[in-house]
Write a protein that binds this ligand. Structure first.
Ligand SMILES: NC(=O)c1ccc[n+]([C@@H]2O[C@H](COP(=O)([O-])OP(=O)(O)OC[C@H]3O[C@@H](n4cnc5c(N)ncnc54)[C@H](OP(=O)(O)O)[C@@H]3O)[C@@H](O)[C@H]2O)c1
Length: 246
């Protein structure tokens, strides 16, 4: 059975991705920061706590994958955080910058590195290409001056995807990025009304919040093998936000 690891799968977009891959027949290792499995996770799902900002925990997660499954077919780097406090870029603190960059950018980069090296070490046993999918954001190219550290982290993540896609293409490991727009999760809960008004006023060509499963469907498409010759591409799960309009 193919094995998938999904970071940040306790809730929100990551949970939808993990559930979708489970339903597609993968053995999915759900992951989040909390050491204990979430109470609402069905018994037939596997769980491991892994703070991706912590190098020892990253290594421990891959040791677990190696010991328990002996293979990894898909890594979905979904775990990510917004700043704890929205603050103008002129007041943004180093502490907040470090926290957001450590998780969203450094954590994801080194999860990719661990996965790629592990996948390559298993190459003689591959039945199909393994794949890596990073969850970016429209914030990679959209300025939000009250959460600059988040935008910087997601812009950097775009280059992580590009670098890994380039390095791993000839090795047979396609790497993709899915960029959500405005998705209804805990992350956007605090600013729900603000976004609802923007959507009502015409921000999005598809005039509704995205659902976690809108993103999960694109991740499943990336894992399907149908998109492999498009390795390195960005799929915008954004209701048309990225369209230029006049
Ligand atoms: N929602 C949106 O509109 C939107 C838009 C663009 C991009 N995104 C991106 O999509 C991804 C998921 O967002 P979401 O809205 O589903 O977020 P969410 O509802 O806040 O859930 C975040 C998930 O990430 C996990 N997580 C947080 N910090 C972590 C860490 N240090 N190590 C490992 N896991 C960690 C959380 O685990 P615990 O439950 O254990 O804390 C949780 O499972 C993020 O990368 C986010 O930047 C979201």
């Amino acid at each position: 059975m193919k094995v998938a690891f999904v970071s940040g799968a306790t809730r929100g977009i990551g949970r939808a991705i993990a559930d979708r891959l489970h339903n597609a027949g993968y053995r999915v290792l759900y992951s989040g920061t909390r050491p204990e499995r979430p109470a609402d996770l069905p018994e037939d799902r596997d769980y491991i706590g892994c703070n991706i900002a912590d190098g020892e925990q990253r290594k421990a997660a891959f040791a677990y994958i190696s010991q328990h499954y002996g293979r990894l077919d898909v890594l979905v780097n979904n775990a990510g955080v917004a700043p704890l406090v929205r603050q103008d870029i002129l007041q943004m603190t180093e502490e907040s910058f470090d926290r957001v960059l450590d998780i969203n950018l450094k954590g994801t980069m080194f999860m990719c590195q661990l996965a790629a090296n592990y996948m390559l070490s298993q190459k003689e046993h591959w039945e199909d290409s393994p794949r890596i999918v990073n969850i970016g954001s429209i914030s990679a190219y959209t300025s939000s001056t009250a959460r600059g550290e988040y935008c910087i982290s997601k812009a950097g993540l775009g280059m992580v995807t590009q670098l890994l896609a380039d390095r791993l293409a000839a090795e047979g490991i396609p790497v993709f990025e899915v960029r959500p727009g405005i998705i209804a999760t805990d992350m956007t809960e605090k600013v729900h009304d603000k976004y609802a008004k923007l959507i009502e006023d015409g921000l999005l060509p598809i005039p509704r919040f995205g659902e976690p499963d809108d993103v999960a469907k694109m991740v499943e498409a990336c894992c399907s093998g149908l998109l492999d010759y498009a390795a390195g591409q960005i799929l915008n799960a954004d209701g048309g936000f990225s369209l230029r309009r006049l």
